[in-house]
Design a binder for this molecule. Structure first.
Ligand SMILES: [Zn+2]
Length: 235
């Protein structure tokens, strides 16, 4: 399956052909739907048939391999037969917010030191958990640092390195709970030049300015060492 969002996360739709339709979900020969992974939710949207019928896709999940995406049809929807031509369209407004928040969490990694032990990207809020024993975190300072990095409008670029090169630079892996996306001997890195560099398979905006203004919400203690930092769009 061709994963078009990897090369162009701004693609809102694509023409595709159904390759299989089972109870686990629909497979297409190519897709713009990002499957849940790395703390980012799966896309929702529609498959539009040639006669204009719209089939609701409520979620996208990883299938058997890194290149496999299962499109989850709304309950009660009749799946189209293999060979059916469709237009696959994501809920772009939601996805773009997820891209903005996801990119913002990379900035948070640059602002706060400490290993990341978990995280979740949402279209209203996002959060990261840091392993930070006995540290006082200043909410206002983190908000100011994040918004400075947003305003500086840094370019955000994915690139690939070999698994060997990554193994030689273990400091690149900030997130202990998320395994870097790999396959075929290479790993995808997300590079915000001079700000943050780490393995990531998610979808991001092109420049940090596109994230827009954000604010830190609650900073929670989750266990003795874990600090959970909640981020919201400040709109
Ligand atoms: Zn990312």
């Amino acid at each position: 399956m061709e994963l078009l969002f990897r090369e162009d996360p701004y693609l809102k739709s694509c023409e595709a052909t159904v390759t299989s339709a089972g109870p686990e979900g629909l497979r297409l020969d190519r897709t713009v739907f990002y499957p849940m992974g790395g703390g980012q939710p799966g896309d929702s949207g529609y498959l539009v048939l040639e006669d204009g019928t719209k089939l609701r896709i409520v979620d996208a999940r990883k299938g058997d391999t890194h290149e496999d995406v299962l499109h989850i049809l709304e309950e009660g929807c009749d799946p189209p037969a293999p060979g059916t031509k469709v237009a696959a369209e994501i809920d772009w407004e939601r996805r773009h917010r997820l891209m903005r928040m996801h990119s913002c969490l990379h900035l948070l990694c640059a602002v706060v030191t400490g290993d990341v032990t978990g995280g979740q990207v949402g279209d209203v809020k996002g959060r990261l958990d840091f392993n930070l024993p006995d540290t006082q975190l200043d909410k206002e300072q983190i908000t100011a640092d994040l918004n400075r990095l947003v305003e500086e409008d840094h370019p955000v670029e994915p690139r690939w390195i070999s698994e060997e090169d990554l193994a030689a630079q273990p400091e690149l892996v900030r997130t202990m709970s998320v395994k870097p996306p790999s396959g075929g001997g290479r790993v995808r890195l997300l590079d915000i030049a001079g700000v943050d560099l780490q393995p990531c398979g998610g979808t991001h905006v092109q420049r940090t300015g596109e994230i827009g203004k954000v604010r830190v919400g609650k900073i929670e203690n989750k266990g003795r060492q874990n600090r959970r930092i909640n981020i919201f769009f400040d709109e």
